[in-house]
Structure formats: C-alpha cells, structure tokens
Design a protein around this ligand. Structure first.
Ligand code: CO
Length: 291
C-alpha cells in the first residue's frame, strides 16, 4: 500500500468501528439509563475495537444541538427526550464522524426530516457539486416536513487530527460555496428543528480543545497539560482527566492554552434532531464510510 491507500484504509477502519459502536450504543439509550453509562459504553467499545474516540461522545437532548457530554460523576438519566448521539473514532488521527437521533419523545417526523436531508445530500454529492447547493438540498428536505434546518451549524471537512476542517457544508441554500473535488473527505450533518432554526452558546462546557501549547506556572495545570497533549488538537472531555481538575482547567483556559466548546441550544427552545455520516467524494458520487 502506498501512503494515500494507507490513509484511506485508516478512514475505512475508523468508519467500520464507528458503525458498530453507533448501533450498539443506540440500544443503550433508554428511559432511566444514565447518560454517563451510555457515553462510557461507547468510548470503551471504540477502544476495545482498536480505535480511539475522536472526541467525547456528545449526548445532546431536546433543545441541545451539540457539545453536551456527561460530567465526571454525572447522575442524570434519560427521560422522554429527543436524544442525539454524535460519536467519532480516529485511527492515527484519521477521523470518522457520525450522529444518530434516538427519539424517546414521540416526534418521529422530526427524526425523519434530518435523516431524509442526509440521504438526499448523499445522493446529490459527486465531484463538481457546490457546497452551497448541498445546503439547498438539505433545506428543501427539512422544510418538506414542515420543519426548519439549524442554519448556524454546518457539516465540515475531516483532516488528520482536525475534526472541523474546511469546507463548511451549510444546512441551507447559500449564495456562495466551494466546489467539491474527487477525494475530498467530509461529514454531512443536517439538524432539523420545530424552533426557529438557530442555536446559541448556553455555557456549561464539558468539552475542550488545545489551542496553543505554552508554559504555565501552576504545577497542577502543568501536569494536566501533559495529559491533554495526548489528545493533540482533538476535543477532549473534562471527565477524561479525572475528578478535582476544575482549578487547573481554569488556569489553562485563562492562559489561552485550552478553549471550551459551550453547549449549543436552540434559541426558541425547539426540539432538534440530527443525522450525520462521513464520506469520500468520488467522480460520480460518494462513498459513505460510516454506514
Ligand atoms: Co461532525
């Protein structure tokens, strides 16, 4: 295998692990199960299967769109929630990214809206399509169900140790975009809502990422940074670092060494569904590697 083939093989392997983990984890989402048990189940299964979590398992409920993950000693349980599981696997930094909605809230059409948008986008994609038009396909599918796309969240490119690489793949028709080329590796992730279709930063971050490695004086922060460097530029969960890390984490945030990803919520409190696959653009279509 040449280098290019080796890289593709890693994407494929990450995707296969991820498909299996997604299916097994979805079964664990039940009323009264703890969110922490579901997140840890998925992250452990990824490691057992020979991958690494590319980011903490996001378990976002109801009006939360993304970036919610359990705390170290989280006791919260599922109720009649609309649950989004967003899971990533990497092998040597080559990332597969997928999301599924498990609906315990009784809104099947809202789930179908994001699933149909993803399916339509996948059918539409080939080398030469413009990302602006992919956004149009996604928007049309979601509005045909009477819902709105979340317009300030987008799909994205995938690159080594970079979960959100360019180009952004919009969830609505845009005036301009970029033309996809054969071999581009991207994640498409439509979000549908019965709210107004926008999200805001709701704070309470549990997920962080490294922004710049620089010296820090506080010994506990220095020690924590050593651990964080293992994740390179990928997002990590505060709970992965153990308990009682608040003070050291705060010092790293203040020194601009790490940055939080705040929880994102729908501005109108609308319910949100999400579907996501990762794919490689080919001359006449695309190959989904998280099927
Ligand atoms: Co993604």
């Amino acid at each position: 295998m040449n280098e290019k083939e080796e890289i593709l093989e890693k994407y494929m392997r990450a995707g296969k692990i991820l498909s299996e983990v997604r299916a097994e984890t979805a079964k664990k989402v039940k009323k009264d199960a703890t969110l922490l048990s579901v997140a840890e189940f998925a992250e452990n299964l990824i490691r057992e299967k020979g991958g690494q979590p590319a980011f903490p398992v996001n378990i976002s409920r109801n009006d939360e769109a993304a970036h919610s993950t359990p705390t170290f000693d989280d006791k919260s349980v599922f109720g009649e929630d609309m649950v989004k599981l967003d899971i990533g696997v990497h092998i040597d930094g080559y990332i597969a990214d997928t999301a599924i909605t498990v609906d315990l809230s009784g809104h099947p059409d809202l789930v179908k809206a994001s699933e149909k948008a993803l399916a339509d986008a996948i059918k539409f994609i080939h080398a030469g399509v413009n990302t602006a038009d992919i956004g149009g396909v996604i928007e049309d599918a979601i509005t045909s169900f009477g819902y709105k796309p979340v317009i300030n969240l987008t799909g994205h490119g995938l690159a080594q140790y970079l979960q959100h690489a360019p180009p952004a793949i919009p969830n609505k028709k845009m005036p301009h975009g970029v033309v996809l080329e054969e071999g581009d590796i991207i994640a498409i992730e439509p979000f549908a809502t019965d709210g107004v279709g926008k999200i805001y930063d709701a704070g309470n971050a549990e997920i962080y990422h490294l922004v710049s490695e620089r010296p820090v004086r506080l010994p506990s922060a220095r020690k924590l940074l050593e651990k964080i460097l293992e994740y390179k530029t990928l997002p990590f969960a505060k709970r992965w670092l153990g308990s009682n890390v608040d003070f050291a984490m705060l010092a790293l945030v203040k020194a601009n060494i790490i940055m939080p990803y705040p929880i994102l919520k729908e501005v109108d409190g609308g319910l949100i569904s999400q579907a996501e696959h990762s794919l490689i653009v080919t001359a006449d279509g695309c190959e989904v590697f998280t099927k």
